[in-house]
Design a protein around this ligand. Structure first.
Ligand code: GAL
Length: 683
């Protein structure tokens, strides 16, 4: 590649694509291929109806081959080709993977693990979010990208870095230590306040100087839990701060170009507190990879709904998913016929205005050569590519949905990142509580009852929901307890579980009996936890079984109704309450003191909905069989129905008819791997 000069090119500007279409695209890595393949790439993209590509995510080493050498020539050429082809570019700042010359010259930018090991180059994302040296180089690259391409006709959005925190969420280096101290000073102002919050009277941990404080590096025993929680908060903030640094450079040069960065709301990815990042991007985007085990589609919808909540109901972009197999699980099966479109439409139904993939052309070499792409190793003459072309047509059929807002459901499951984090400590009554898995169980139970379900965070308007299920809501600051009380008094029906309300924002136990912050609202009191050993079960009065946990619950308010008792449990007397419900104001507060099996959870949900007078959202034949999501357009609602069961649900026309609408796009029938979008006129 030739060195090119750094003068800003003057491209003719064309009007930006209006938001009247669902974008369809992929990560595109043209610099990993000879330029002779580019013409074919573009022709095939046009055949598939690709409207947007993300590039150059991992190209720093190509763009800046050495400290004072820059090569934008190849990028200029591909940008021009894309513009001529009418394909937009979501342009990555290319800072995700620093080049070898940089890390060789400045090994001090490399992250350090908790055990003091260096994360060396050879993979990707080997940089410390707090390194001033990394930042100097990365922001220089960002500035040059903005200056060079800010006016390019293909540019529609800036894509900061890539999946911030994916491989470097926790860094325990000296840079991190210094930034952690600065963050703590900001949070606590005085050492006295910090010592108090961290409970350092315990185990002689009192700090007398800020310099004494370290990240929670490998210690001789379990580290201080509040230090751990604060380090989690700090690490998320450090990455957000990095996002802000790049964004500042971009905004100063191209204030009119929207900025995003791809979040990772999926599976067990928990390091980044995305609800607090949402205001830092102009539009939210997310990466999601299907869990190919049974029930994976529920997890996909759960994640898509949470993404929509983080985006406050506004349209967002699905920046990455996979056409078929991934390469990074122990076994990576391909998607079944239908699943490619089903997954895309399920995201779209939950608010995605762009359906994009990793990646355009399957790699020949490198760690991801067995990861599916839009254009597989087999080439365009393949079932996969034909499915991609068909998806492009489907998304065109669905254009009128673009820009429409998600319609809030009546039931919500709450995900609270701080509770999630606090449940990852090593010293707990039970260390395998599976925070997200438990939330997903409740989500499934509500969906099985025929409801539309939102997954929300405490940042969302909880009082707007008729049903709020907040399992394992462990960290409950006074402000959150108050909001929940207000919601319940105003008519919401709250369900929470064991180990909720237990600690405040400093991870200090709320005294006087569990579940601390929620004790009065629930009208119960628990003196001791009784987690269950593996294989141990608690038997309830109706024959239901609970795992993981049991408790001796005492009812403290006479209005509390006992819905289930323990019959036989390690920590509860026979006849002691296991599930309780208290009517409060216009609503109610329910407590479930053990982890119920799925069918028992379904039973509790059915009873609670009946008691609250909440009817299912779906017609009888579809209840429990589909995941439903709704977006609202002008005089019309768009229902996306995703088959989640193992039964063919009939023709899409018949299914649409049940909702009083007509099919707008998607499969002709709602088979087991299908989704359909239905247009339902309102009013
Ligand atoms: C994402 C990443 C992509 C690619 C993809 C593979 O985490 O952003 O670059 O690695 O995973 O599934």
């Amino acid at each position: 590649m030739m060195n090119s000069n750094t003068t800003r090119p003057s491209f003719p500007r064309r009007p930006r694509r209006e938001d009247t279409a669902i974008h369809f695209g992929a990560d595109y890595n043209p610099d990993q291929w000879p330029e002779t393949t580019w013409a074919e790439d573009i022709a095939l993209m046009q055949r598939a109806g690709i409207t947007v590509v993300t590039l150059p995510v991992f190209s720093w080493a190509h763009i800046q081959p050495d400290e004072d050498r820059w090569d934008f020539g190849w990028l200029d050429r591909i940008m021009d080709l894309l513009a001529q082809a009418g394909i937009d570019v979501d342009m990555a700042t290319s800072t995700a993977s620093p080049p070898a010359w940089l890390t060789a010259k400045h090994p001090e930018v490399l992250p350090t693990t908790r055990t003091g090991e260096t994360l060396w180059p050879g993979g990707r994302q080997q940089w410390r979010p707090t390194s001033p040296v990394f930042r100097r180089y990365a922001l220089e690259l960002t500035r040059r990208m903005a200056e060079r391409y800010g006016n390019h006709p293909a540019l529609v959005a800036w894509h900061v870095n890539n999946e911030l925190g994916c491989h470097n969420a926790y860094d325990y280096s000296d840079d991190a230590a210094a930034a952690f101290r600065a963050w703590l000073r900001e949070r606590y102002a005085t050492l006295e306040a910090l010592n108090d919050a961290w409970g350092t009277a315990f185990w002689s941990q009192i700090y007398h100087r800020w310099e004494e404080i370290l990240p929670p590096r490998l210690a001789a025993s379990e580290p201080n839990p509040t230090q751990l929680l604060d380090f989690r908060r700090f690490s998320s903030d450090a990455l957000r701060n990095y996002l802000r640094a790049e964004s500042e450079v971009l905004r100063a040069i191209t204030p009119e170009i929207p900025i995003t960065t791809n979040f990772m709301v999926m599976g067990d990815t928990a390091a980044m507190d995305y609800p607090s990042w949402a205001d830092d991007v102009d539009f939210v985007s997310n990466d999601h990879y299907l869990d190919s085990r049974p029930g994976g589609i529920d997890e996909l919808a759960f994640s898509a709904s949470l993404t929509s909540a983080i985006a406050a109901g506004r349209p967002w972009w699905l920046m990455e998913h996979s056409t078929s197999a991934v390469n990074w699980r122990p076994v990576n099966p391909p998607k079944l016929p239908g699943e490619l479109a089903r997954d895309s439409l399920t995201h779209l139904g939950h608010g995605a205005d762009a359906i994009c993939f990793f990646q355009w052309r399957a790699s020949r070499a490198g760690a991801e050569k067995y990861h599916a792409a839009l254009l597989p190793h087999a080439g365009a003459d393949s079932r996969l590519f034909r499915d991609v072309v068909a998806l492009g047509r489907t998304l065109t059929d669905l254009s009128e949905i673009a820009g429409s807002q998600s319609v809030r459901a009546r039931a919500a499951v709450v995900i609270d990142y701080e509770s999630w984090w606090s449940l990852t400590q090593e010293f707990l009554p039970h260390t395998r509580l599976d925070y997200r898995g438990q939330a997903l169980d409740w989500y499934r139970a509500l969906v099985s009852a025929g409801l539309r379900v939102d997954v929300v965070t405490p940042h969302n308007d909880l009082a707007a929901y008729d049903v709020i299920v907040a399992p394992l809501l462990h960290v409950v600051p006074t402000e959150l307890a108050e909001r929940l009380r207000t919601a319940v008094v105003g008519g919401s029906h709250l369900v929470t579980t064991y180990f909720s309300g237990t600690v405040d924002e400093h991870d200090h136990v709320i005294l006087g009996g569990y579940p601390g912050a929620l004790r009065d609202l629930l009208g119960i009191r628990v003196e001791e936890f009784s987690p269950l050993l593996d294989g141990d079960v608690a038997v309830l009065s109706n024959g239901a079984t609970g795992r993981m946990w049991s408790e001796e619950v005492t009812v403290t308010d006479p209005s509390v109704q006992v819905l289930r008792c323990y019959e036989q449990a390690r920590g509860a007397a026979a006849g002691a309450p296991a599930v309780t419900r208290r009517a409060v104001g216009e609503g109610s507060a329910t407590y479930v003191s053990t982890r119920l099996e799925d069918e028992d959870l379904a039973g509790v949900v059915t009873e609670l909905l009946a008691a609250a007078g909440i009817e299912p959202d779906l017609p009888e034949p579809l209840r429990g069989e589909v995941i439903a999501a709704v977006r609202r357009g002008d005089g019309v609602d768009y229902w996306t129905l995703t088959n989640r069961g193992n039964r063919d649900l009939g023709s899409s026309a018949d299914v649409a008819d049940m909702l009083g609408g007509t099919p707008l796009g998607g499969a002709d029938k709602l088979g087991v791997t299908d989704a359909v979008v239905v247009r339902v006129p309102r009013g």
